[in-house]
Design a protein around this ligand. Structure first.
Ligand code: CIR
Length: 260
């Protein structure tokens, strides 16, 4: 495995609320089962802990059905945390709910003030740049405001396009190590990862692309055997977590935590 020089120490998660049944979804494939989602969520948190994370587990927020998907509320970097400005109106208030926790963990907090919008699911941080996908949730004004903040931290930002019909940039890709990306064929075909080492998800397993690397583990959704085999063959230490209920709401492994 490459580039093990970086280590995460913390993660923030939020328990799913009973209101999860009202979570946003592009296509209705059934109502999420809260009890089952809680089981999956517990396995996810346990795996982060096994990987060395000190996990801040926030209480469920019934007023915000999608609040379990904490990744969209902030970008957490070693230099500081940046509060996002979600493009989904029903999710805007989640940021104020997350802010006190990050203020307790970070000395330096910045915020996207608007009018642009940007969600954490559209941001992939690699060893050389911050890639941000323009999507139905993240627009060029939001990206420009983030770029201005990151410029003060000497972090280059590159804007890319999220394929039509894909919720977030990271719905279709993940960072496996500093320079290796797991991506769907449809996203990689855009050329946005030229110069990186890319491992493609297997045909029909596009939903496996939203994985996370947390220290020694690559954590991916269960049920994608061919992609899992590709990752194992490439030398990654894989942990598979059931994700059937979050998947009904277009959510996956990255959405469920902030990692830093
Ligand atoms: C939403 O549509 O906002 C949620 N149902 C799913 C958010 C997934 N978040 C992510 O990919 N970072």
């Amino acid at each position: 495995m490459r580039d093990t020089s970086w280590q995460f120490t913390r993660a923030v998660t939020r328990r799913p609320a009973a209101s999860i049944t009202a979570g946003l979804r592009a296509v209705d494939t059934g109502t999420p089962d809260l009890a089952l989602m809680l089981d999956h969520h517990a396995a996810y948190v346990a795996t982060l802990k096994e990987a060395g994370a000190e996990v801040t587990e926030l209480a469920a927020l019934d007023a915000f059905p999608d609040a379990v998907f904490v990744e969209d509320t902030a970008l957490c970097l070693p230099e500081g945390a940046i509060l996002m400005r979600p493009g989904a109106p029903s999710r805007m208030g989640e940021v104020a709910e997350m802010a006190p926790t990050l203020r307790g963990l970070y000395d330096r907090i910045r915020a996207i003030e608007g009018p642009g919008t940007i969600e954490g699911g559209d941001i992939l941080v690699t060893s050389r740049e911050v890639l941000v996908g323009q999507s139905a949730r993240t627009n060029s004004e939001g990206i420009a405001e983030l770029a201005a903040i990151l410029a003060t931290w000497n972090r280059p930002l590159r804007e890319v396009r999220v394929p039509k019909g894909v919720l977030h940039f990271k719905t279709d890709c993940s960072l496996l190590d500093g320079d290796t990306i797991l991506a769907t064929g449809r996203l990689a075909a855009s050329g946005c990862f030229d110069g990186y080492r890319v491992i493609l998800t297997a045909p029909g397993e596009e939903a496996a692309a939203n994985a996370i690397r947390y220290n020694r583990f690559v954590i991916m959704a269960a049920g994608f055997p061919e992609t899992a085999a590709r990752l194992r063959a490439a030398g990654y230490d894989l942990r598979e977590i059931a994700n059937s209920e979050c998947a009904k709401l277009d959510g996956g492994m990255s959405c469920l935590s902030l990692r830093f």
